[in-house]
Design a protein around this ligand. Structure first.
Ligand SMILES: [Zn+2]
Length: 302
């Protein structure tokens, strides 16, 4: 299910520059051995690994919620492709958890985007998952397999026990591979945006960067596309990450809202980027000492 997450992710902890620099890994070396990546000699012939953030204190999974505010007017639209593990019967009965028109609109308007896909969604819509993964405009990241919660209190979602958290994430990567998604990114979005230190610890061996957002579109169950568009356009700042949904039954106005959001943000000088670019440019800003935080947060309080 889609949640009505309205909370803004915790503001980035502004570490001392030296700390931040020490925390910035090369991006080509983090996440080694991740199931989404090729391993061994073949890896040398593969494209460079996407940028990630270095782990936090005690190796906690880093959390990214927005990019640099000083590296130009970029904005990353992100789309959660939600499907909960027990929604198969609803899909079989005709409910649509996909949204091909939304994907077509992004393509028509040439808007790069990042899809946070559940493994269950990729199982239900393997051709679409593969096509999104193949399209150079887009990137596919992980939104768990089950869309169950990674904390004990998250909008009524059933909870994944801590010892199953990493397996749930890895099961989604398995589902992506089976669907033919070639290079899913080592980015993870917690269902409902709910996480705590226990969850950050549980996922740490997976080498992922958790990705939250700083702009809530409010598109879940929305009936007024103009209101969604307004909320996004008014909320976006340089470096923003916007959370939206690619699930027609539960976010039916999103595609219409996009047809307003995209030209309005372009009019205001914004350039659309994928999350990987947002993370990369943030790291560049930090390395140059341009007053940016690297966006990491370890408080466990989204
Ligand atoms: Zn979700």
């Amino acid at each position: 299910m889609i949640t009505l997450a309205r909370r803004r992710a915790a503001l980035c902890a502004l570490g001392a520059l030296t700390t931040v620099l020490a925390g910035c890994s090369s991006g080509d070396t983090t996440g080694n051995g991740h199931p989404g990546r090729p391993a061994g000699p073949a890896a040398t012939a593969s494209p460079p690994a996407p940028p990630t953030l270095a782990p936090g204190p005690s190796g906690l999974t880093p959390v990214f919620s927005n990019g640099s505010r000083t590296q130009g007017r970029t904005v990353a639209l992100t789309f959660d492709a939600d499907m909960t593990v027990n929604q198969g019967t609803r899909a079989a009965a005709g409910e649509r958890f996909d949204h091909p028109e939304l994907v077509a609109t992004l393509r028509r308007l040439k808007v790069p985007a990042t899809f946070f896909m559940t493994g269950r969604w990729a199982e239900e819509y393997p051709a679409q998952a593969k096509a999104i993964g193949k399209d150079p405009l887009f990137e596919v990241a992980n939104h768990s397999y089950s869309h169950h919660a990674f904390t004990s209190d998250c909008y009524g979602l059933p909870t994944v026990p801590p010892e199953r958290m990493r397996a749930d994430m890895e099961r989604a990567y398995d589902a992506f591979r089976k669907a033919g998604v070639e290079r899913p990114l080592p980015y993870f979005r917690f269902p409902g945006g709910c996480y705590d230190q226990r969850a950050l610890r549980a996922l740490a061996p997976g080498g992922v960067t958790a990705v939250q957002w700083d702009v809530v579109s409010g598109d879940a169950f929305a009936t007024d596309a103009d209101a969604v568009a307004r909320q996004v356009v008014d909320g976006v700042r340089p470096g923003s990450v916007v959370v939206m949904h690619c699930t027609r039954s539960a976010a039916p106005t999103t595609e219409r809202a996009l047809r307003t959001i995209i030209p309005k943000l372009r009019e205001r000088g914004f350039r659309f980027v994928r999350v990987s670019e947002q993370i990369r440019s943030t790291r560049v800003a930090v390395a140059r000492g341009q007053g940016a935080s690297d966006g990491r947060d370890f408080t466990g309080t989204p």
